[in-house]
Design a protein around this ligand. Structure first.
Ligand code: BTN
Length: 245
């Protein structure tokens, strides 16, 4: 369990803490709809039905991870940058712990030495054609132990640092960085830093059936892939896999 009184001393924004929930994103959506300020956050120690991208399950056992959903209020125009800001904040958290070899695998998986440490699930909430806000769901592996089939591709912060970490302190740092990047939504610094931290650029990749070299990203965050016939293909969403050249 997380210590709620430490959270109330260290967090600057309204927060709701739960020992166990189905998904923090669902609670944050309800809170957004009933009315709260931007940067309000829902935090849980355990999620029973945590969601990942593409309908996948995201495991958050008690006591070993960070699971949070931050309520943000971007304009429609800024909304695609919300997941970038989440990845940047998690990257900053890793860097603050002195972890080396941190990178962002396009689009927003933060990796350490090529292994996933965090996942990001932004969910927009609309009322008819009006964007009410975006719930930025973030899961970070702190001391999650992985089954053998995931150990090749996943890592946690304690393995990466060789230290026992305090989850309340990690949350405070992460939320400070989210607040910082939220203030930069319109600034080139956000896009430029995200682009600079992408480890996928220059790699041979496969995504959505397209194989080629990841050349770069455009201003919408789409990945540009140069295929073997030298055409540039633009991909807005999907899972990147590395392929051998
Ligand atoms: C991914 O598939 O990489 C995204 C995982 C997102 C997990 C987080 S944990 C907090 C929030 N609540 C959820 O149910 N999912 C997100």
């Amino acid at each position: 369990m997380l210590n709620e009184s430490i959270l109330s001393q260290s967090l600057k924004q309204p927060f709701r803490y739960f020992d166990s929930v189905d998904s923090t994103n669902d609670i944050a959506k309800d809170w957004l709809l009933s009315g709260t300020q931007a940067l309000s956050v829902v935090i849980a120690d355990e999620q029973r039905k945590g969601r990942g991208r593409k309908g996948r399950v995201w495991h958050t056992p008690a006591g070993v991870a960070l699971a949070l959903s931050v309520i943000l209020k971007p304009t429609v125009h800024q909304a695609h940058r919300v997941s970038m800001l989440g990845a940047l904040a998690v990257y900053d958290l890793c860097a603050s712990l002195g972890i080396k070899h941190v990178g962002i695998k396009w689009a927003n998986d933060v990796q350490i030495m090529g292994k996933k440490v965090s996942g990001i699930l932004p969910e927009a909430v609309w009322e008819r054609d009006k964007l009410i806000g975006v719930v930025l769901g973030i899961g970070v592996n702190v001391r999650v132990t992985f089954p053998p089939e995931l150990a090749e591709t996943a890592i946690n912060l304690e393995l990466a640092t060789g230290q026992t970490l305090n989850r309340e302190a990690l949350l405070a740092t992460l939320l400070t960085r989210i607040q910082y990047w939220y203030g930069q939504l319109d600034d080139n610094e956000l896009f430029d830093t995200w682009e600079e931290r992408l480890s996928t650029i220059g790699q041979a990749v496969e995504i959505e059936g397209i194989v080629g070299i990841a050349q770069g990203v455009d201003y919408d965050g789409a990945l540009l892939i140069k295929t073997h016939d030298a055409r540039i293909q633009r991909v807005l969403a999907g899972d990147v896999s590395l392929v051998s050249r």
